[in-house]
Design a protein around this ligand. Structure first.
Ligand code: BG6
Length: 495
């Protein structure tokens, strides 16, 4: 058996893309509630209001940090825009139905995020919101009914909006204590119900998607470095708190990680690939390894970045590293020093990447890479020697529902089959210690990068379109039945 007994097969979601009920049950707005829809060709925007003139407007999410906002402006939900997170695919009202579908597929694990602003509506409130806490109680009870273990992300692009506007997001050290208080409230409340937590989704997105990952409006290298550092300290303190609350709790890091391939055999391409790897790996060196690596220290020195440090920060980071390393991996990325002469890769965060001629891509430029998981698992396991967990992997596609409700998504089955085979090889051939696999977006949800519904990842189709029309009715895709069989055979039968 390649996969150990109790291997955590399942699916992954995030509150801001799935939950909806954005202003119900006492929840406050979070940063992604102010993000509009977009598409592959037009970027998502984040909206603002001028506190002096009342004027409103929008700037692209991926450049808001670089552009900054005038001092009188704050990020806000305003009239005249469509915000896909507000209803998303309505897990808030349909959790029982959805968890039953997961149970039917045989899920052992369900990754979801707790919406921080559902527990602390402003992020700095004196007391947690009881309605918010009760909602997740009901969700976890439903999971238990179906024998499903929850894996909870504490912050998946969901910084409470007040913390963005009043504190400047994770740039401020004040967020460390606010986050730890939130994490402690949650871990205490769900003691015995939730054993696995991740602190920050794709923590290394602080570098490229700083508004989403860190609630930053300031895109300076100093702000990004400080934002990441503050999250490392908050993670270490969360590990410390978990030990005190319940030693059975395991807290993991969550990294966006994919192998970086040199386009050619030119050693200069290989060197570039190594540098690109470093851009992600230093985050794991700190949060899992417990130390700032030399190449990152040197880079900060060259750029004149000085961190605002607490006296115990480095000790906390080395004493309380993450218990395991989880990561998202959709496919490798390819780089070349001859980038200008080559076709650029598309895809959300493909800046500086070139198209890989050996891989076939979907309509958004994301490719099916049959070896990425094996390569990624080997790199990470050899480097950190900690248990690994693939918490995101999958392919977005504009699925079509047939009149009889069926969805024939052979392309998704092909993608998942190749990827699962690749992780199976890492376990069987290379002996990597793998805890689980939660494929991304198990029930259709909003795309984080584009805000679209039509970029679907699910095994379950949800009737909802890019303008917010549709019944939200669920139907099983062909991949639903295929994955059910994979789980039932513990990964033996991938046909
Ligand atoms: C990861 C994120 O980057 O990729 C998810 O953690 C996201 O939130 C997923 O949805 C897929 O990206 P996209 O842009 O296709 O939704």
């Amino acid at each position: 058996m390649p996969f150990k007994e109790g291997f955590l097969w399942g699916g992954a979601t995030a509150a801001n893309q799935y939950e909806g009920g954005w202003d119900e049950g006492g929840k406050g707005p979070n940063a992604s509630d102010a993000m509009t829809n977009g598409s592959h060709t037009s970027p998502r925007q984040v909206t603002w209001r001028d506190t002096v003139t009342g004027e409103t407007g929008a700037v692209p999410v991926f450049t808001v940090c670089e552009q900054g906002l005038a001092e009188s402006r704050e990020i806000a939900v305003v009239d005249g825009y469509y915000y896909p997170s507000h209803v998303a695919t309505d897990f808030y009202h349909r959790y029982a139905e959805d968890i039953a579908l997961m149970g039917e597929m045989g899920f052992k694990c369900f990754r979801l995020s707790i919406n921080w602003a559902r527990i602390f509506p402003n992020g700095d409130d004196a007391e947690p919101c009881e309605d918010g806490l009760a909602f997740y109680d009901a969700v976890f009870d439903e999971c238990a009914k179906h024998g499903i273990e929850p894996l909870v992300t504490l912050s998946h692009y969901e910084t409470p909006l007040h913390l963005v506007n009043a504190y400047g997001g994770w740039k401020s050290r004040a967020l460390i204590d606010l986050f730890v208080r939130y994490a402690e409230s949650v871990m205490k409340r769900y003691r015995g119900k939730v054993r696995y937590y991740l602190t920050f989704n794709e923590i290394n997105m602080m570098s490229m998607g700083s508004f989403m990952a860190g609630g930053l409006i300031d895109g300076s290298p100093e702000a990004k470095a400080q934002g990441a550092h503050n999250q490392f300290v908050a993670s270490a303190l969360t590990v410390k708190a978990a030990r005190a609350i319940d030693p059975a709790i395991k807290v993991g890091q969550m990294l966006a990680y994919s192998p970086v391939y040199p386009y050619s055999a030119d050693p200069a391409d290989d060197l570039l690939a190594m540098e690109r790897q470093h851009e992600a790996l230093w985050y794991a060196d700190v949060q899992v390894g417990g130390y700032y690596p030399s190449y990152r220290l040197k880079e900060m020195e060259r750029r004149g970045i000085e961190l605002e440090m607490g006296r115990d920060d480095l000790e906390l980071i080395s004493t309380y590293p993450a218990d395991f390393l989880s990561f998202s991996c959709y496919g490798g990325s390819t780089v070349s020093v001859r980038q200008q002469e080559l076709e650029a890769a598309s895809g959300n965060l493909a800046l500086g990447m070139v198209k890989n001629p050996y891989l076939e891509a979907n309509a958004w430029g994301w490719a099916t890479d049959p070896y990425c998981l094996r390569i990624a698992l080997n790199t990470l396991y050899e480097r950190y020697r900690k248990p690994l967990w693939i918490v995101e992997n999958g392919i977005g596609w504009a699925d079509e529902k047939e009149p009889d409700g069926s969805v024939h998504d052979a392309y998704r089955i092909d993608y998942l089959r190749k990827n699962i085979q690749s992780m199976k090889d890492a376990v069987e051939i290379d002996g990597v210690d793998l805890m689980g696999y939660t494929m991304w977006g198990c029930i259709d949800l909003v795309s984080a990068g584009t805000g679209e519904m039509r970029k679907r990842y699910g095994l379950v189709y949800v009737d909802r379109d890019d303008e917010g029309n549709g019944t939200l009715e669920r139907s099983r895709k062909d991949s639903f039945f295929w994955y059910q069989k994979v789980i039932a055979t513990n990964g033996e039968d991938l046909d």
